[in-house]
Design a binder for this molecule. Structure first.
Ligand SMILES: O=c1ccn([C@@H]2O[C@H](COP(=O)(O)OP(=O)(O)O[C@H]3O[C@H](CO)[C@@H](O)[C@H](O)[C@H]3O)[C@@H](O)[C@H]2O)c(=O)[nH]1
Ligand SMILES: [Mn+2]
Length: 727
């Protein structure tokens, strides 16, 4: 170095095909304009058939157009990032900042301890100076089985970390590593491999056995005094703070088998009492922020869900390239990596990879000031997360005067009373997507964020493997995002002038997921019902007004298909994603909308239904065969199923009814006026094929529960006959 020429630690590139994309968008925009003109100018007159249906369609189309404009903001200005880790090492290897890693878990039944410690081990083994690395596991279930698993992990780490460093292991989650690799050929390496694999499998057996039996081996219990913290434990919702430093990185005795120091490892279960709201993951994060501040006080905080292991050992260094860049680093508050998943099948029937969001839309937001914070795979500056202003913050030294007992008080349920925690400090409370609202509020304070989406996935999580799980997860997300729009942090109002206009639009796109349900429901019900009556709501095939409809429909879908393929998807995967898109909009978003309205009016409290990460063997088998799983889910998913099934059947009845009428030569039916409506109804029937299978044809455990089949058939028959005979 020495010269004052600035050599950046990262580089930002704009998307190449921006011009084509924008021209194309402009052409769709014109098409949409024609559709609206048609709707306005061809309105049925008072008293004519279908007048109200027509006006409703105009409303739905205006909504879709508005929403489409918002989605353009997510594509208008995509940027891509690249880091230079070698420069980072050259300049900063000796003064790299401390990094604290938070792993959250909340229920050993849905989040198995063996999965949790695999995540923990993967981040303990980062290629980073161990004395600067600290890993914290927060257990909101306060279950001793998770504590036990972590003890096991702390011993296994003594072998695992040196092994990883010696053989440049990737990924460093032992479970994923052993699954991905067969025995090495070279003799010495093979010996090491077999030995470490045996160690892992023995540990895995002990943990799984203990979890099955529901108790910890007595000799372990007596060996570790940490278990005595459970003496006063009465339930998951009623217990003292449990805090244990399992590995103290500064302890000269804490060494791995090669004599190198180990990263600090801490177990925390914050205090919980029935009369105190615990604020779910946000509450856990805030307790972790305070506790870690008094133990390791890393300047950088990485937070991962317990199912999201590190898939690349140099990600910390990637993230630091952004924070430590001499010119632009000081304005960056957090670096978000994509949420990627290890269990995606080829044609992803639940759109589990969220491809378009991760490979397109977040790049679009990055171009306007940065992606949202999505709760996992995100590196934060500690001081922005705690709400302090960057300028007047002076980092305290790593002092550890506090005793463990004093630190425990920081995780008590009364600590936050009359403080700004959950409001202006830390992760925000009262929103089911605590992450998004927290990230947004950081951005409104003038900070930027960065989206880094490298070729090799930095983190791999577990995607949902059943339809009910998927729908419930999207209900939480859509409710949370809509709640943000209604909240005092609304990207539409509050954020004006504080973040860029493009970013405002981008956030609105997600915040309006929930209200999207109405236009979609309308479009999937009304035209089909009118089809049954032979009343046309679209231009007839020979009319020039048919053109804009045909153009917008085909151009938009072809574009989305091309986008999907470009992001690595398959054609069938795209088709599946369209189905999930429809299902989310007609069920999750509707209930999400209701939830959000109730929450914002104060009638209900935000909740966090944890997504299951384990499934029965037969469920997994069907998942791998890409058969849709309707099977018994959470009770909250059954009203959603009724809606989906009723809608599908309704469309089927309308389609069949029309065919019957045409076959019997009904004079009221004029096919040429109904072409677009038939097409719409036909596509709805086609896309629902897996649902019909689940309702009527399948016999396995994953089929639609019969009670739902009966109810939805009843409802669909009722709705279509009422419509036919009442009006
Ligand atoms: O009371 C709770 C509830 C959940 N969690 C943890 O939060 C994480 C995410 O929960 P999960 O059930 O997997 O929800 P997802 O829908 O998969 O989570 C996504 O959406 C959440 C916001 O809705 C974000 O917090 C997550 O980071 C993001 O991955 C998991 O590690 C849980 O252990 C807690 O620590 N305490
Ligand atoms: Mn999850």
């Amino acid at each position: 170095m020495g010269s004052d020429a600035y050599v950046p630690l990262f580089e930002t590139k704009r998307a190449k095909e921006r011009v084509i994309r924008r021209l194309f968008a402009a052409s769709i925009f014109v098409g949409i304009g024609f559709i609206v003109v048609y709707r306005l100018s061809h309105r049925p007159r008072n008293g004519e058939d279908g007048r109200w249906a027509w006006i409703g369609l105009l409303g739905a189309e205006l909504w879709f157009s508005l929403y489409w404009v918002l989605t353009q903001a997510l594509r208008w200005n995509c940027v891509y990032r690249r880091t230079f880790k070698d420069r980072l090492s050259q300049r900063y290897e000796n003064d790299l900042p401390g990094v604290d890693i938070f792993v959250c878990t909340a229920d050993p039944k849905t989040e198995q301890p063996i999965m949790v410690i695999n995540t923990v081990l993967s981040v303990m083994a980062y290629d980073y100076p161990t004395e600067k690395l600290s890993v914290y596991l927060s257990d909101d279930a306060a279950h001793d089985i998770t504590f036990y698993a972590l003890i096991e992990a702390s011993h296994f780490a003594e072998h695992w970390i040196p092994y990883c460093k010696k053989f440049y292991v990737e990924p460093r989650s032992p479970g994923a590593y052993f699954q991905s690799i067969s025995e090495p050929h070279e003799a010495e390496e093979a010996k090491g491999f077999l030995a470490i694999k045996k160690l892992y499998e023995d540990m895995e057996n002990r943990i799984i056995t203990a979890a099955k039996l529901g108790r910890i081996p007595e000799e372990v219990r007596s060996k570790y005094k940490g278990f005595s913290q459970w003496d006063s434990f009465s339930s998951q919702r009623d217990h003292d703070t449990i805090l244990q430093i399992l590995i103290d990185g500064r302890d000269p005795k804490a060494k791995d088998i090669d004599g190198c120091s180990l990263p600090t490892l801490v177990h925390l279960a914050r205090e919980k009492r029935p009369q105190h709201p615990h604020n779910f993951k946000a509450g856990a994060m805030n307790a972790l922020i305070r506790v870690s501040q008094n133990i390791s006080n890393g300047q950088i905080i990485l937070n991962v869900d317990c199912d999201m292991y590190s898939n690349y050992s140099s990600s910390v260094r990637d993230a630091l390239c952004f924070f430590l860049d001499e010119k632009k680093g000081h304005e960056i508050a957090f670096v978000q990596f994509p949420q990627s998943f290890g269990n995606i099948t080829k044609n992803e029937i639940y759109d589990g990879s969220m491809r378009i969001g991760m490979d397109v839309e977040f790049h679009g937001m990055d171009g306007y000031g940065g992606p949202p914070y999505v709760g996992t795979g995100c590196f934060h500056r500690r001081n922005t997360l705690t709400g302090k202003k960057f300028d007047n913050e002076c980092m305290e030294d790593w002092k550890r005067e506090e005793t463990v007992d004093k630190i425990k008080a920081l995780a008590s349920c009364t600590y936050e009373e009359n403080t700004q925690w959950g409001k202006e400090m830390g992760v925000k409370y009262g929103c089911p997507v605590e992450d998004v609202i927290t990230g947004l509020s950081i951005q409104t304070r003038g900070w930027k964020s960065v989206y880094f989406n490298p070729e090799r996935k930095a983190f791999l999580g577990v995607a949902t493997t059943t339809l009910p799980q998927t729908l419930v997860q999207h209900k939480r997300w859509s409710a949370g995002d809509f709640l943000i729009l209604l909240s005092s942090y609304s990207p539409a109002w509050y954020a004006r002038g504080k973040i860029s206009f493009g970013l405002q639009l981008g956030y609105c796109c997600y915040c309006l997921w929930a209200p999207n349900c109405f236009a979609t429901l309308y479009y999937t019900i009304i035209p089909s019902l009118y089809l049954l009556k032979g009343i046309s709501l679209f231009p007839k095939a020979s009319s020039p007004w048919c053109m804009p409809f045909a153009f917008v429909l085909s151009a938009k879908n072809l574009y989305s298909l091309a986008e999907f393929l470009r992001c690595g998807g398959t054609i069938l995967g795209w088709w599946n994603s369209q189905r999930i898109w429809l299902y989310k909009r007609t069920s999750s978003y509707l209930f999400g909308f209701i939830d959000a309205v109730l929450m914002s009016a104060g009638f209900s409290q935000p909740a966090f239904e944890i997504t299951a990460k384990v499934a029965d063997e037969d469920v997994i088998e069907r998942y791998e065969k890409e058969m849709m799983e309707f099977g018994p889910g959470a009770s909250s998913s059954s009203p959603m199923f009724i809606i989906l099934a009723t809608l599908a059947l309704l469309n089927l009845f309308c389609f069949v009814g029309l065919v019957a009428k045409v076959a019997t030569g009904d004079a009221n039916i004029r096919i040429d006026t109904l072409v677009l409506q038939i097409l719409l109804c036909g596509i709805l029937v086609l896309i629902n094929w897996p649902l019909f299978q689940g309702l009527l044809l399948r016999r396995d455990n994953g089929k639609m529960p019969s009670s739902i089949t009966v109810k939805s058939i009843g409802l669909a028959v009722f709705a279509s006959t009422c419509f036919l005979f009442l009006e």
